[in-house]
Ligand binder design. Structure first.
Ligand code: FE2
Length: 396
């Protein structure tokens, strides 16, 4: 592995310096209904809409917000819209992981110069309030990265305070938003975003993120031992220069049973895509308790998990001079939360079952207490849990 980039990517002189995850766009079969699913189960606020009533003639878009997370649910209004074909091929899922940059056109130009392939040339939407410029490049499979730059009332700090997302959007008022405000789920931002690619293509996409986006390999505790007989996947983590976003890339590997990555690909028209989005919370137990109360369907772990986990995790923490896990161990078990530790500390995490009928996209709820890795120590327990689910779906 060569490291292509040695320069700092944190200044505005670098066109590919990423300011934030602008939004994550899903293509869905029915955005109006999906908005209520994500709002009710995960506590998102249905903030804004662009549809026929606001002058959007070919698609409807719902902006869902929580903390610094912005999900855009897009549904096509006619069969010629590209989303219509994608929904036919892949079902609902992630289309675009979009980044806010200082100048979308410069970011796009540099990414193309670096070897990226265009998905959409720069276009600017302007009205009397300001402007939004968007340009997109293709990444793995059906996913694109858009670069978004904003001026005037559409600047990112204003968006975070609830300003209109871009021209044609209007604010929504809904009783579900009042419920959200009274019963917060505590999700703050997107911690990482995982892609599943074809067998043998992981290193290709690792190189692509280095060359085209200026990302670097993220060094973490899991590196030395990423593949086990249980994992049936290979994974490398790429990170933007400022570690704003981490993008693990998985490929299927030989295991005892069919790889979960292979299952994803088979139900995704053999096309790479986003496997999961991990949402960060400061209070894992509070968030998971509220999400469970709302009916989120989480993966169930084998009972034996909690017979071994404290020994493993607290031993690792003590060996590296850290305090043991401070959260109530019984409560962690009651909520079915997973725990892992490394040289820097520990993390708590939990994975949902697939969010749609196809076994493709799911969410992870994660909190970090020093640890910057991804829960490698949970792979064995997780794969056993996943195999039970795969078996139930007849896909093992
Ligand atoms: Fe994850």
């Amino acid at each position: 592995m060569t490291t292509a980039t040695t320069t700092s990517r944190q200044t505005s002189t670098d066109p590919l310096a990423l300011i934030d995850v602008d939004h994550v766009r899903f293509y869905v079969g029915n955005a109006k209904q999906a908005a209520y699913f994500y709002a009710h189960t995960f506590g998102f606020h249905i903030s804004q809409v662009a549809d026929l009533t606001t002058g959007s003639r070919d698609e409807a878009d719902y902006l869902l917000t929580q903390g610094n997370i912005r999900l855009m649910l897009t549904t096509p209004l006619d069969s010629d819209h590209p989303a219509a074909e994608e929904i036919k091929l892949y079902g609902d899922g992630v289309k675009d992981i979009a980044f806010t940059v200082f100048d979308a056109e410069s970011a796009y130009d540099l990414a193309i110069k670096n070897g990226g392939v265009s998905a959409a040339e720069p276009r600017t939407l302007t009205d009397e309030r300001g402007s939004v410029t968007v340009a997109s490049i293709k990444t793995y499979g059906r996913v694109v990265h858009s670069f978004v730059s904003r001026t005037g009332a559409y600047a990112l700090p204003d968006i975070k305070n609830g300003a209109e997302f871009m021209p044609v959007f209007k604010k929504m008022t809904s009783p579900v938003n009042d419920y959200y405000a009274a019963n917060p789920c505590g999700l703050k931002y997107i911690d990482h975003c995982v892609g599943n690619v074809e067998e043998g293509k992981m290193n290709h996409w690792v190189q692509w993120y280095e060359d085209v986006m200026g990302f670097k390999m993220f060094k973490h505790f899991d590196d030395a031992d990423i593949s086990t007989e249980y994992s049936a996947l290979m994974s490398k983590v790429m990170a933007s220069g400022n570690n704003l976003i981490k993008m693990p890339i998985n490929e299927p590997a030989e295991g005892k049973k069919k790889s979960q990555i292979q299952e994803y690909l088979e139900w995704h028209n053999m096309t790479p895509g986003c496997q999961h989005l991990a949402m960060r919370t400061d209070d894992e137990l509070g968030s998971v308790a509220e999400l469970r109360r709302r009916g989120v369907d989480f993966l169930n772990l084998p009972d034996s998990y909690y017979e071994q986990v404290w020994d493993r995790v607290n031993k690792t923490l003590v060996a590296h001079g850290h305090e043991p896990v401070k959260e109530d161990h019984e409560k962690i078990k009651d909520l079915g939360v997973l725990v892992d530790a490394d040289d820097e500390g520990y993390l708590l995490q939990l994975f949902t079952k697939p969010l749609q009928d196809r076994p493709t996209l799911f969410f992870e709820i994660i909190s970090r207490h020093g640890s910057q890795s991804f829960g490698k120590g949970n792979f064995k327990a997780l794969f056993e849990a996943l195999e039970i689910e795969q078996d139930r779906r007849g896909n093992l």
